[in-house]
Every structure is written in C-alpha cells, then in structure tokens.
Write a protein that binds this ligand. Structure first.
Ligand SMILES: [Zn+2]
Ligand SMILES: [Zn+2]
Length: 442
C-alpha cells in the first residue's frame, strides 16, 4: 500500500504568498506502531518500544540500516490540534513559557517532529526502536542515520556534548522530565544517590514533592484574607487567579520548600523540588511532622502532609518487611542470608510505596505562606582570635557579651571582632535532634 500524500500546509497563510510556497506535499515512508495513543504522555513514550513500519516501496532505502545504532526520525504530528494558533508561545509542562522554536511542543507551524531513537533490531521492513515520542499511527516522513561524530564516546552514551551543554543551561533537565512524566521511580533512584539508602520515608518525600510540583502552578490557588503563618492550611478553597510566574525550580529562591521534619522525607523533597539547604530555598520548621509546603514568591503554596494512617498502610502493604525487620533488628539474627533478605525487602517496600494510593497516604492543602525576603549576601570578616573568615552577621564585638544568638556586627573598626565560638556565645545547631542551642564556649 502506498501511503497517501500529506499536504504540509502552514497553520497560518504566509503573509506574502508570492514569496512562499503555499503547499509542500510529502509522502510518508512508513508509520509508527506502538501502544501509545495519548500525545500528552510523550515523555513516558520515550522508554517504550515502538516499531517503525516502513512501506515496501522504500525497502531499498533500508539497506545497511542495521549498522546504525541511532536514527533521526522525522514525523508528522497528524492528530488534530488541541490549541488554536496564537503567538507561537506556550507554557511548557514545567511551567516555563517558550516560543515553539525554543521547545519541542507538537503545536508548531509545519507540525514536524524529529527525535533521535535507538535502533534495537530490524525485522524486514520493521524497525524496532526505543526513544520515539510519537503516538501509534504517526506518519513517518524520513529516517536518517544519526550523525554521532560530534558526540563524545563516553560510556553508556550517558554524556555527550549535546547533553552536556543542555545540562549546563539547565542542570535539572532530567529531574524536570521525570516530574512531568510522574516517574517517581527514577526520582527515587536519584534521591537515594543523595540520601544514601532506599526507604519508604524517602519514597514518600518523592511522592509528595512530585505532587506539589505538578499542582503548584496547575490552577489558581487561594487568595484573599486567609493568610496564615508558615504553611498552615487555609482550607481547600480555589479561586480563580491571575497568571502565575512559572519558572521551573532554578535554585535562585523563586521556589521555596518549607519542610516540617528533618528526616528521610526531607531529602526526597530536596531532590525533587531543587530547594536545598545550600541554595537558601529550603526552610525548616522544627515541628516533627512529615509534611512540607511548596510555594512561589507570591506566597501561594501547596502543603502536602502524610496522613497519620499512612505508616500502617505502608506496613500492611508490605508485611514481609516487618518479618525481616523483626528477625534482623529486633532479634539480632544477622546471618548473611537474613541481612540480604532484610535489605531486599526494604528496597521492595521503598519502590512499592511509590505505587500506593496517594490519597490514602497524604492530604493536600492550598495555603498562604509568609515568604521571607531573598537571602541577603554578607561581607565576611576575620575573627581576631582564630583567624578564620566569618560572615559579618556571625561576628561579635569582643568586649560585648550582651549580643544574642545571631550576634551583631561590631560597630567600630578598632574593636576586635570574634566569631561566636571564640566569643563563647551560643549559636544554633541542627542535628538529628532538631534545632538546638549550642556553643557556650569551650
Ligand atoms: Zn531514609
Ligand atoms: Zn574565631
């Protein structure tokens, strides 16, 4: 069967039809076959296997294609448009507004898609590929050997020059992709690199954070006079709101996370939201609750709190773990087989937690948050006693013992200034017990 012609009509008539061809016709060389029908799940489709069924008429064009590991596939977004043409700008799923030429959105003038795929195998005129983000039935316009001469031959193809430069402009690219695709499993793996082990608490932090990231800009949040302090609920009312500023998490304090506990949960939140201790976007309320609030600078936030029933729900779902826990931790029976089984069931329970019913695990609230100002940048001074460099706000006047926890910068250049430790002043410590006062001198 020879496929029909596809007239590639521009969405808008060109301004000057005499200088631009009205219509270019192209003939599909084949069609995509896979299980995917929803273009919205494009990111998820990249992991799925697809078959490109090449038309018999182009069988000769496949000669030597087996030698290509990667192929560039050019295809036609053939499904009816969901959006009317406008300014050629749109919000991407991560919330960032971009022109279509600066994005991979399917909504574009000539509706052409291009994706680099991995050729897994070939069976006659059927190419089995992975990485193709096109729905079942998509007409394929062209297939080209991917020119990899500009790529590094790094192991696993994990890094190459294109990927490296993309990561340089957006280090959270992969994380954003996983959030958009609700791929909590990949995020848990990344979070565990940071956290050091797999546990249900980390998995819950990942689940809560993915939900909050997806919800934050998805609709208007509460407004008006119900402002509460530090992430308390204002109830679930949803009013219509104006446009949200919607940059992705950029590590520049435009997105803030307020965690209410310093445990495994908090590390899942940090990895997914990109709000961390080091970039001043993580705020800690020492309340001992498995909860966190995600907010933008406008103070409209989403608070996700673990329901008090959720630990029992997780235990019930994975009863094996308790048996191993009892044996290894409580009864101290630490033979190799028992420890291995304990570890394995712990990993299974962590990943399994991701698949539990979110609504049974968490409550979600729209909240108003008093957002602190951007973190100030401070000069540094040198402690007159230890000679170490110290942030100015953490230096105190040597002769003055009335200053408090945070100290005050010394006022005159002649007064010796000390760090809090050398001055014997109290300072705050965050450890496994929460925030505490410490340092009454040594
Ligand atoms: Zn943990
Ligand atoms: Zn000192």
């Amino acid at each position: 069967m020879l496929p029909a012609q596809i007239p590639l009509k521009p969405c808008h008539p060109p301004h000057n039809p005499k200088t631009m061809s009205d219509e270019i016709s192209m003939k599909p060389v084949g069609f995509v076959r896979n299980d995917c029908t929803d273009p919205e799940s494009a990111a998820r489709m990249q992991d799925a296997k697809s078959i490109i069924e090449v038309d018999e008429a182009f069988a000769g064009a496949l000669f030597m294609i087996d030698s290509c590991e990667y192929l560039d596939v050019v295809f036609h977004f053939h499904l009816p448009e969901r959006e009317s043409p406008g300014s050629w700008k749109r919000a991407t799923k991560s919330g960032e507004v971009r022109g279509v030429f600066a994005s991979r959105a399917p909504y574009r003038p000539n509706r052409i898609g291009i994706t680099t795929v991995r050729l897994v195998s070939r069976d006659g005129n059927r190419l089995h590929v992975t990485g193709l983000d096109a729905v079942n039935g998509t007409p394929v316009l062209d297939i080209k050997s991917c020119n990899t001469s500009h790529l590094d031959d790094a192991p696993c193809g994990a890094t190459n020059t294109i990927h490296t430069s993309l990561l340089k402009s957006n280090p959270r690219l992969a994380i954003q992709k996983h959030i958009m695709a609700s791929d909590t499993e990949k995020l848990l793996m990344l979070a565990a690199q940071f956290h050091g082990h797999y546990c249900p608490g980390l998995a819950m932090g990942v689940m809560a954070a993915v939900h909050a990231m997806q919800q934050l800009d998805s609709d208007a949040s509460t407004d008006g006079d119900k402002t509460t302090d530090g992430g308390k609920s204002t109830g679930g009312d949803k009013s219509t709101g104006s446009e949200q500023p919607a940059p992705a998490s950029d590590g520049l304090e435009d997105l803030l996370a307020i965690v209410e506990t310093n445990n495994c949960f908090a590390d899942g939140v940090q990895l997914v939201t990109g709000c961390s201790f080091g970039n001043n976007s993580l705020i800690f309320h020492d309340l001992g609750k498995t909860a966190f609030t995600l907010t933008r600078r406008n103070g409209r936030g989403v608070r996700v709190i673990s329901r008090h029933e959720s630990p029992a729900y997780v235990r019930e779902a994975f009863p094996e773990f308790d048996r191993h826990y009892q044996r290894v931790v409580k009864e101290q029976k630490r033979d190799n087989a028992a420890v291995a089984a304990f570890r394995k069931s712990g990993v299974e329970r962590s990943f399994g937690t991701l698949g539990l019913d979110f609504d049974r695990m968490f409550d979600v609230q729209r909240v108003r948050v008093d957002v602190p100002g951007y973190a100030p940048s401070h000069e540094s001074g040198v402690c007159a006693r230890c000679g170490e460099s110290v942030m100015a706000t953490r230096m105190v006047d040597g002769g003055d013992t009335s200053t408090g926890n945070t100290g005050t910068a010394a006022t005159t250049a002649d007064t010796p200034k000390y760090c809090l430790k050398c001055a014997g002043k109290p300072y705050s410590v965050l450890d496994g017990h929460g925030i505490q006062a410490a340092g009454d001198g040594e």
